[in-house]
Each structure stands twice: as C-alpha cells, then as structure tokens.
Design a protein around this ligand. Sequence first.
Ligand code: SAM
Length: 320
Amino acid sequence: MILKSLMMPDPLPQHTPVLAAEVLTALAPTPGKRFVDGTVGLGGHSAALLAAGAQVLAIDRDASALRQAAERLARYGDQVCFVHADFRSLKTVLNQPGWSEVDGILVDLGVSSWQLDEPARGFSFRHDGPLDMRMDTSQPVTAADIVNTWEEEPLAELIRQWGEERYARQVAYRIVQARRQTPIRTTGQLAAIVRQAIPQRGPQRIDPATRTFQALRIAVNRELDGLETFVSEATDVLAPGGRLAVITFHSLEDRPIKRALRREAGIPDDDAPTDFWGRRVTPTPRLRLLHRRPIIPTDAEVASNPRARSAKLRAAERLP
Ligand SMILES: C[S@@+](CC[C@H](N)C(=O)[O-])C[C@H]1O[C@@H](n2cnc3c(N)ncnc32)[C@H](O)[C@@H]1O
C-alpha cells in the first residue's frame, strides 16, 4: 500500500540518524537518482537523501513510524513515497512502474529510539508497558505470547542464542515459575523476573534484562530471517554503479550481512563448495565492497548519541 505524502510543515523535533555523513558518502545521492530506504523510521537518513535531490521510496513495517516519517518529509512532496512493508519483500515492493532498478538501497536495522522510548510499544525494560515488542502491530505474536506459552527448554535456548545470555537457563526457569502464579503481561514484570534470575556481581555495565529483551524482540519480529537473501535480492535490483548500505547493531545481524556481501563480492567463505581439485569455488562477483572494514561511529558521535556506539556500516557497489 503506497501512502501519499502529506503537504505539511515539519513540526517535529530534530532527529539525528546514526552514521549520517558516512551513509551519504557511501550512497552518493545526486538529483534524480532513485533510492530505497528500507527502514525509514523517523526519516533521518531519507531526509538527507531527499535534501540531495534524490527520489526516495521509503519503507517501514511499523505503520506508526511511517506516519511520522510522512509528516517529517512532507515538504519533499512527490520526491518521496511511503510503503508499509517489510524490506525483505523488496522485489514485491519494487514491482511498480519506474522502480525496477534503483541507484541505492539503505537499511538501518533494529528498532528506532522512538520505538524504544514509547512505553506502549513494549520494547524497553526502562519503561513499564504491555509486553508487546511488535514492530508491525498487525502481526499476531507478541512477546507476552512467547513468555507465557513456550516450554522452558526452547525459551532458554531462545534467550541463550539470540540474547547471548549465559544465565539463559536460570532466566527461563524463573519465567516459568513466575507465570504459574500470574501471567507475565508487562515489561516491568518481565524485567524484575530477569533481574532476580541473574547473579549480580558488582556494578553492572548494562541492565541484566537487556539480553533477554533483545532475544524476545528478535523472535517476535523474526529479525534475523532472510537477511542473506535480502542482500542477494538487493544486488539483483541495483543498477550498475548503484550502492547498498547496511547498518547493523549487533553481531547476530552483522554476521549474515557480512557473509552475504562477501559472497556477492566474489570472496568465498569457509563453507563454499570446492571443485574437483579441492579449491574453493569463487562466486562470480556482482558487488565491490567499498570498505575493507565496517565503518563505525566517531567518539564524538557516540558521545552525543550513545545508542550509536555499536553501529557498523557496510557498503558495496554493483559492478557493471
Ligand atoms: C534504526 S530505525 C531506522 C532509523 C532511520 N534510519 C532514521 O533515520 O530515522 C529502524 C526502523 O526500521 C524498521 N524496521 C526494522 N526491521 C524492518 C523490516 N524488516 N522491514 C521494514 N522495516 C523494518 C523499524 O520499524 C524502525 O522504524
């Protein structure tokens, strides 16, 4: 569904996107070029692309984020259109006149600070709210469904694998004990249960609930599904010289992106097939990596926006 942009002034407070200058350098927007912003959020990166004169197709799976982006970017009129979708359905979204090939694609993974700060969305252990965590509220499964219905064993595995939580067994055990008394319905209830389950040794760098909340958020939104396929499909739709830029915030999402970009750049990975002589088969390169190592924020950016601290930008260019 394409929402037409609204012609309104921008009344909303300033929003600074992560690695903004670095993203602009990587995507190199110029007037008339066509870009997909697969995770428009509050529209910070899109605003920079639009200000450079580019056309932007702005996607988000969160209808509320999309409405706010439409308000913020209304001044750009027909230069931007908004689509409520998952960026992993890129090819379906681009199946419309004039968008079969694009000059650049950006995805800035994870949740936005706005979503985290909104108690009603249930993403954060810092604010009490319903235990929801869905980016797309039309999806059926919430975090409360998972913590109240999953068996202890798979729950522990989920928290261990996607939260990288070493006390996952203890956390799952406490959750199951607690829900026998009363269903776990709020972020505050869950955060308290997790904090009790994890041994506290001295001052904590992060809240002990952080890892369990991350695991549940990844599960609810199936955040790690299809990332490698996305890189391959994005490569299919890039025009020669077009650029793909991906910002990740933790190693679970960075690893598949890195692997897929390297494969598209013709760099075989360790499990690549071998030929008759045992040599790794080199895939035909379709991308050129723009940097040998991921770009990370400067100390100054982290100081002014602590949520940027774990961001990594990887970018590549479509070969002719
Ligand atoms: C980190 S924020 C993006 C911030 C944005 N770059 C800005 O400048 O405001 C991530 C956004 O991506 C959306 N999102 C996450 N995964 C998505 C997916 N698979 N498809 C579409 N949108 C997604 C979230 O709803 C959220 O609004």
